[in-house]
Design a protein around this ligand. Structure first.
Ligand code: ADP
Ligand code: MG
Length: 718
């Protein structure tokens, strides 16, 4: 077996790993290989660019006499005793003596062969955290190897790589070390475009995988070291080049020219709307109209705060496309939201002679077939639904415009699928994405070089501002009293409960595609929401109290929503399934229980469900003590402002940029090393260098993208 890399001959305590390494020589994909495929570690270069999360120092030994409890140290000594403890949990206990002290090594999972080989008299090197245990000083599951009295210490720090289940660290280290030794790492960026203090790529990589023990670990771990700067720059450059290429490619694509006609559908729709467009809506409609008239596909993000009226803007754009004889698709991230859009659009458009089809995953086979036929024949001019709208069986007769609501909620996989769908037609459709989560300016301008942005920056008139009150949950009985008064007056109330976990599957798929190890999701805990529902049903006898959460069957969800929308239910106890898009103007009171558990932007989205009618609305945030500092800041921000952009700014302040740019932000998660906010200087430089390289060194630019993004380059365009 090849013995490359600092830890190649390093037997870890999980010896299952090393057995599998030997098996790797056979052609069948072993479990660790499959895990590596999943992480996107396929080519040598992928392995070389898989950088350590942190390091372990195996370059020195600590005497047990000098080591303190709580310290992670490497010690070396002779085994003095070795036994299996059967009382309590079965475990292997190895007593190690280094001449200055003793330590017990405890293994809860072990092989019989380990007990045999770690026999008394054998010299062991063990690395782990020292602590004081029941039987004395101990290390639980240390990394252990058998050594002789002259086995050299590691020459460099030992890398610890991001990994996933089924991929042991020891296996991965070996794979990375050999990938690194084989990967072609010639310089592709002309040196005059890089600062002189940055190392060459090859040197930077070798250094980051195996740094010498003298280096300041902080500079490695906070990524400020010049080697890290070089790597982050490389990554950003790949991203910029691919964005610029995507933009250039788009300029060559052909899309239908869509122009509003006099007395056409758009005008007729405007005439039947029960309101006037705001100036901001008119402005963005104009921007969209300009795009639609061009023979290249539109690629535009429409952002506007919760309740700013994005749906009608989308409908007006759809009207233009349909008038020109093209189909439109509107896709929403949840069934509840899609259903609302469907109802609203049917209400507006069917009287004008438009047939609207409905597609979701929960449709019965027969109904689905009918809808699919209507779409394929072109009989349905508009299709509304969840991501079922872009599935393979869906054939559009003539798709001219795709509208994606709350686009940041869709996973990368779905954005990619949409892209394929769009590309499959001869003329590429126009694309309008909508989001209530504002993209920070810097991000919109630099990172998303391939996206136009329109912003609705005012709310429709006549909205009464929402008053937000923050109470300790000891005030809950008063709040229930208040609800009784409200519903007696005919108002409607949302009561929102947190749920341990209610993310949709799309996120997990996105995680996997983005090469992140997806965490196993904890089981859903519905006790909170069902209990509250029970309690409110009793306290408000005589009034309808509904229950809504993500695990209800689609038909039941739709039914509950319809009964709340019609006013039959006075109170809706719900989880965050109502976070996006739910629109019941008569609802004027919202209570959010355990508000401290929600993120700021989520609270803002939720609160946006009220304040949609003419009545003054109230949002009550109930919290359980004690509040964390950031919890306090979030609730304070909620009480102080209702402006979505201000909320986004505060969110950034409270959480820090890294988290804000989290997985849901427009594919930003595809950046592994660079941070768009922290590394703004690098972003700007990458943008300049990308332009120069595309102009003067197009081949090198292309190879750079292939090196960095490989199969992932597709995702960046999604
Ligand atoms: P969002 O931008 O959050 O998607 P919606 O499109 O759901 O907002 O609109 C929120 C509510 O405001 C809807 O009931 C919609 O019909 C209404 N609305 C939209 N535009 C206007 C307007 N110009 N004047 C009055 N009400 C409007
Ligand atoms: Mg909306």
């Amino acid at each position: 077996m090849a013995q490359s890399g600092a830890s190649a001959n390093h037997a870890s305590s999980k010896s299952a790993g090393s057995t599998k390494v030997e098996a790797a020589a056979t052609p069948a994909r072993s479990a660790p290989q499959k895990a590596m495929d999943k992480l996107g570690l396929v080519r040598d270069i992928d392995l070389a660019l898989h950088l350590p999360l942190r390091y372990e120092d195996e370059t020195r030994l600590t005497l047990l006499r000098d080591a303190r409890d709580g310290q992670t140290v490497q010690v070396e000594g002779i085994v003095s005793e070795n036994r299996i403890e059967a009382r309590g949990r079965r475990q292997l206990i190895v007593r190690l003596d280094d001449g200055t002290g003793e330590v017990l090594l405890r293994f809860l999972n072990f092989y019989g062969s380990q007990q045999k080989s770690w026999a008394p008299g054998v010299r062991l090197r063990a690395r782990g955290e020292l602590r004081h245990g029941f039987w004395g000083r101990e290390m639980v599951h240390p990394t252990v190897r058998i050594v002789s009295d002259n086995t050299p210490l590691a020459a460099s720090l030992t890398p610890v790589y991001p990994t996933s289940a089924g991929l042991p660290q020891a296996y991965l280290r070996k794979a990375v070390a050999s990938g690194l030794s084989r990967a072609p790492l010639e310089e592709l960026i002309p040196p005059e475009l890089l600062p002189g203090r940055w190392p060459r790529l090859r040197d930077a990589l070798h250094f980051l995988h195996h740094p010498s023990p003298e280096v300041a670990v902080e500079a490695l771990e906070d990524h400020s070291h010049p080697a890290w700067q070089r790597l982050k720059f490389e990554e950003l450059l790949a991203q910029q080049v691919s964005q610029m290429q995507a933009r250039a490619e788009r300029a060559h694509l052909k899309a239908p020219v869509l122009k509003a006609v006099p007395q056409g559908l758009q005008e007729r729709l405007l005439a039947v709307l029960p309101f006037q467009l705001t100036a901001a809506q008119q402005k963005v409609c104009e921007e969209i109209a300009q795009d639609l008239q061009r023979p290249q596909p539109m690629h535009r993000l429409l952002q506007g705060d919760v309740g700013s009226g994005k749906t009608v803007v989308a409908a007006l754009a759809a009207a233009v496309a349909m008038d020109a004889g093209w189909q439109c698709a509107l896709m929403a991230p949840t069934e509840i939201l899609a259903e609302q859009h469907f109802r609203k659009l049917v209400g507006w458009l069917e009287p004008l002679g438009i047939k609207v089809a409905w597609l979701t995953g929960s449709l019965k086979a027969k109904a689905k077939r009918a809808q699919l036929e209507a779409v394929a024949s072109g009989e349905a001019q508009l299709v509304v639904g969840t991501h079922a709208v872009i599935q393979d069986q869906v054939e559009f007769a003539k798709l001219g415009l795709a509208l994606i609501d709350e686009q940041h909620r869709f996973g990368v996989a779905q954005r990619l699928q949409l892209r394929r769908k769009l590309e499959s037609s001869e003329l590429e459709p126009h694309l309008l994405m909508m989001s209530a989560t504002p993209i920070p300016r810097t991000l919109a301008m630099t990172y998303l070089a391939d996206l136009e942005v329109s912003t609705i920056d005012e709310l429709p008139p006549g909205r009464t501002p929402i008053v937000t009150k923050v109470f300790a949950d000891t005030r809950r009985p008063d709040v229930v009293e208040r609800i009784r008064d409200e519903v007696a007056k005919g108002s409607q109330v949302y009561w929102v409960c947190p749920l341990i976990d209610e993310t949709e599957d799309s996120d997990q798929a996105a995680d996997e595609l983005a090469g992140r190890a997806s965490n196993r999701r904890p089981p859903l805990d519905l006790s909170n929401v069902t209990q509250t529902h029970q309690e409110l049903s009793e306290a408000l006898a005589g009034f309808g109290v509904g229950l809504l959460h993500g695990r209800l069957p689609a038909a039941e969800k739709a039914d509950v929503m319809a009964r709340f929308a019609s006013g039959e239910l006075s109170v809706l106890v719900a989880t965050t399934v109502i976070e996006v898009g739910v629109d019941v103007p008569n609802a004027s009171l919202m209570v959010i229980e355990h508000a401290e558990r929600f993120g700021l932007s989520q609270l803002h989205q939720l609160r946006g469900r009220v304040g949609r009618g003419a009545v003054a609305s109230v949002c009550v945030l109930l919290y359980a003590s004690p509040l964390s500092d950031s919890g306090k800041q979030r609730l304070k921000a909620m009480a102080e402002t209702t402006d979505g952009f201000e909320i986004a700014r505060r969110d950034l302040e409270i959480r820090g940029p890294g988290e804000f740019m989290g997985s849901r932000q427009s594919g930003a998660a595809l950046l592994r090393f660079a941070d768009l906010n922290e590394d703004q200087g690098l972003v700007a430089r990458a943008r300049q260098v990308a332009e120069i390289m595309l102009r003067d060194h197009p081949d090198a630019a292309q190879r750079h993208v292939a090196r960095w993004l490989g199969q992932k380059s597709e995702f960046l365009k999604a």
